[in-house]
Design a protein around this ligand. Sequence first.
Ligand SMILES: *[C@@H]1O[C@H](CO)[C@@H](O)[C@H](O)[C@H]1NC(C)=O
Length: 298
Amino acid sequence: MFKFILFAAALVTLHGSNADNVNRFTRQGNFNKYYVYTRENSRQFYELLDTQASIYASPIVLARDTVVIIHGHHASAFNSLNPTVKDALLVANDINIIVVDWSVYASQSYSNAVGAVPSIAMFLATLITNLVGNSRVALNRLHIVGFNLGAHVAGFTGRTLGGGVARITGLDPSKSQWGTNSRRLNASDASYVEVIHTDGNGWQANGLGTAIGHVDFFPNGGGNQPGCFLSNRCSHNRAWELFAASLIHDHLVANRCDTNLQLSMNTCRGYTLKMGNNKYIKLGSGIFRVNTKSTFPY
Ligand SMILES: *[C@@H]1O[C@H](CO)[C@@H](O)[C@H](O)[C@H]1NC(C)=O
């Protein structure tokens, strides 16, 4: 009884918008869904719950690398990058894939979706910790891929896991509300952080456009992608289209740029590095440019 009174009092004290934010902050990730795909179940996913029984029953095995895919605003596990990137990954690699669905919040206003990012990531980090604890996943064989706001979810997740994740790939990380946000994806979030910038030009750009990883690739200069006819959305999506193509062909050879001027003038002549793919150790740092075609496989 006494406990109940204390609890009720706490509820009354906490009541108000601040408490709502705290509650929402802790709950948002509770709506995450996790869909597992492997070569054996490339069409029919296994829905993974964050319980030991579900982890044991899942097709995830430690003998394989694991890739986590996180969508962005106005998307789900079944559209945008997920089906394309998942299929491309399985063509090239015998791996575990976990597709995160946070569409309950991603379908809301952009601000609500941004506000959900930390909680989405915390729940994902807890799941990954449990997969590691049950010997299903190793952090040094884990690659987290996020598009749009999903790139910042990937960053938060890596940070929560202590930076020990092998690789994070940020596919055109969102700009709005992240330009000066110190909690955006950065190079401390994984052993290797690769960022692909495709829509960073102009005031309507969806992408951050600034170098934030160990390696930042700027295909065709980082904006106005070929065949996109100045459509920001088209250029933004090109980030995961290029990434998916690179998983199958590993053909996007970029040159290192010494300066941003070289980048924009298309005069980068430094050493080469392949953009994208699913390699866990990639040697290089700095900004790189690769010029692509307008249609698959670019
Ligand atoms: C990354 O961001 C965190 C805070 O979110 C900060 O502590 C860390 O120093 C940053 N690392 C880099 C390389 O910017």
